[in-house]
Design a protein around this ligand. Sequence first.
Ligand SMILES: O=C([O-])CC(=O)C(=O)O
Ligand SMILES: [Mg+2]
Length: 576
Amino acid sequence: MFRNGDYCTSNPPEVRKALRTYGLTPPTTESHEVQARRCLQLLKMKPTNLEKFQYLVHLKATNVHLFYRLLADNIKQLTPLIYTPTVGEACQRWHEIFTQPEGMYLSYHDRGHIREILDNWPHQVQITVLTDGSRILGLGDLGVNGMGIPVGKLALYTACAGIRPDATLPLTIDLGTSNEKLRNDPLYFGSRTPKVSPEQEIEFLDELMEALTDKWPGIVIQFEDFKNPFPSLARYKDTYTMFNDDVQGTGAVVTAGIINAVRHSGVPAKDHRAVFYGAGSAGVGVAKQIVEYFIKEGLTEEEAKRKFWFVDSQGLVTKDRGDRLAEHKVYFARDDNKGRQYQSLARIIDLVRPTILMGLSTSGGAFTPQILTRMGELNDKPIIFPLSNPLTASECTFEDAVRSTEGRCLFASGSPMDSIEYGGKLLTPGQGNNMYVFPGIGLGAIISKATSVTQDMIYASAESLATSLNEQEKADGWLYPAINRIREVSVTVTRGVIRAAQKNGVDRATELRAYSDEELDDYIKKRMYDPFDAHKHLREEVSQLLANASGHPSGRVNGVAAKINGLVHGVNAAHL
Ligand SMILES: O=C([O-])CC(=O)C(=O)O
Ligand SMILES: [Mg+2]
């Protein structure tokens, strides 16, 4: 049986012979450049993004190092195809486009046996991304179709933070789904029952968390796209090495963007006012981290908190609105509305005169040209962040924001948007997506062997990201660094996270405390999987093994073949 990478056309003849694939691939030993050229050409031939996604899934399954080489060289172009926004469409149609499994699925009936089932996973895992599919991007409950998200996030862990592909575990738990259309679809492959109760969910998660850490001590567990992320975050954050990417990762990435936007706005931190359109978990998670930033800028917690006005489907979130507010909304609920209730966003903007307009509503197009124009009238440099994903759920486009504010807005969206020409200049939008921080948070937790992921580690990821812009990016007024520098940015974020773990004393790799920043950066870089290096390494080691074995009986050569096999498939075993 042949495995991933066996047929790589860049394997030289001696590797092919050892793998017994000699004669089974076209004769030429190809360079990476030629291979990449063919892949890009093939991608171009696929008419839709979903087909491009499928091609890339196939490439990853058959030639993982080539996939990551291609991704490393074309990160800006390919990320939107393997991740947001295309992954959203892939999740909506996962049950239709499925050809081969990736990751692990665990169902509610598996309780009592989770630990045993984990033994079926053939690799040693360092990090898992876990979802129950109940709130996939801004697309609602997609049940086990949500698997696309852990798969996509973990591909970015490898591409951006160099975590070895086989040390990652995409994990989807099937606790039922509220999506009736999917439940009635003959091709759906999750259980056809409504979502279990919150108590049953916690009971299941308790068993899962224990099983994961028993099977893989030190594993980092990233929670993703849970409809209600707060109970599990509160329950596990101090006892497991876990974090919630939508609350904490998104919070950190947006805080980094706000730190830079406040700097560019010319308005001191204390004079900002933020309207948050959408009062879900992500919105509140984001606002709480910005509170932390305002406090670091000299405000008291009370002053910082009062800089936020939340708007949900019922209008301005106030204490006296008459409905029972969800627990997470209470902290920011206003009590200075003098008994008046405000419903429309336009009225609330007139009332608050915000400097910052944040969209976390999943309500596509909610920031109309009128709303955006008003932000432009109120501010010299309005800060406008439509953060909902994917593009269909985004509150506005970059183009609308630029045109309505005469090109003055400081802008970041959750999903990638194209640069546009305006007033003779090329303007580039920021992408306030958690992909800028989660790889560094995860890698920092792994390298420091953190026993938990503390709030200081999360905040450090925001600060490190905010400082990672180069001179050109700063001069151009960018809020985030260029995506194609993501690997170097992830090193900076990782270092910040490790330093915070050390400060909090949750690091078990205490020997790293004595490292200077440069030494720590070198150490991080050395531990990162590099798909180019991986291949070079393989060729060198194979030549060495063959040279040592020459002239020996065939049994010895077979032993060498086994070792070569191990090298091909466990490449970089010396790394993380
Ligand atoms: O996946 C993304 O692009 C960002 C994210 O976590 C979400 O929208 O839930
Ligand atoms: Mg998410």
